[in-house]
Write a protein that binds this ligand. Sequence first.
Ligand code: AMP
Ligand code: MG
Length: 338
Amino acid sequence: MITRLLQDTEQDFAIAAQLIREGELVAFPTETVYGLGADARREDAVRAIFTAKGRPADNPLIVHISDLSMLDSIAADVPSIALRLAEKFWAGPLTMIFPKRPEIPYVTSGGLETVGIRMPSHPMAQKLISLSGCPIAAPSANRSGLPSPTTAKHVMDDMNGRISAVLDGGQCSVGVESTVVCFDDTQTIHILRPGLVSREDLLPYAKTVYVDKAVFEQTAPDVKVASPGMKYKHYSPKAKILPVDAPDFGTFADYVRQHQKAGVWCLLFDSDPEIDAVPCLHYGDDGIQQAHDLFFRFRELDEQGAETVYVRMPEQSGADLSVYNRLMRAAGFEVIRL
Ligand code: AMP
Ligand code: MG
């Protein structure tokens, strides 16, 4: 299969929308990461997403809509708390879980009775959905287990020859996947996956907002988790990622110098100085910039041939928690504590 690289033109959008209507796979930019899209209602099309990615069948896809009017045909019950969140955070990086309608097949929901729905704010994502005229199921457009793609080139690196087309929208602004929430009851927001929309952002909308423990620790393979994606190894570059919990930069740098050898790299904060004789990349000083940079740097490190990467640890509050979670998952939750 030849994968077409499509641009932000009327002609190319017409091609992309036609491909979606024909049940083909089209990768497209969203504000979070690139998604690998197909008509969410078509079993054959959605099955092809799992094949192209090498994704386990029980890991559900997020369904993307461009208009609130699309919600009622796919979600069976939308509580008023969800409508308040939609008003504040849509279009944007928030996914909400609802009981699904039969229109959404079990292939899309990973066999669950629920469906995750999001309205992306990226204009190219919105345009593709509305031109296609259907809800678009789209997981991140990487091969399963690898870091999510934040440029069209990343998508091509992973998916060239496996999908029909990639719409090129430059680099994604957020850089990590959406916040995923479900509602335990009408007053409780349960964060299944942290993203740019933080616990702090959600607090005014519920009595209780809590973060699932799978965000902080490895779940045993036999344990049933609320969000199936959280149990799989994820986001990992080829290089071994080793987060280092150090009290300050000096302690971090001393540790790295002692462990320096060929193939060892560092991922530092933007304001950190270089460490002599150790090759380094930088990834932001706050959660928003770190989220923007993280997966891009992971892929750069692989291109540079890094084998082991010591990484400065992000914070665990606000949007920073999304970066902490992706880093810990990439490292299999192993941390070097100094
Ligand atoms: P991805 O699109 O690759 O970022 O993956 C989407 C993630 O959203 C999955 O791995 C799940 O963890 C989560 N998700 C999607 N739908 C549901 C659902 N119905 N219930 C719980 N989690 C979901
Ligand atoms: Mg993914």
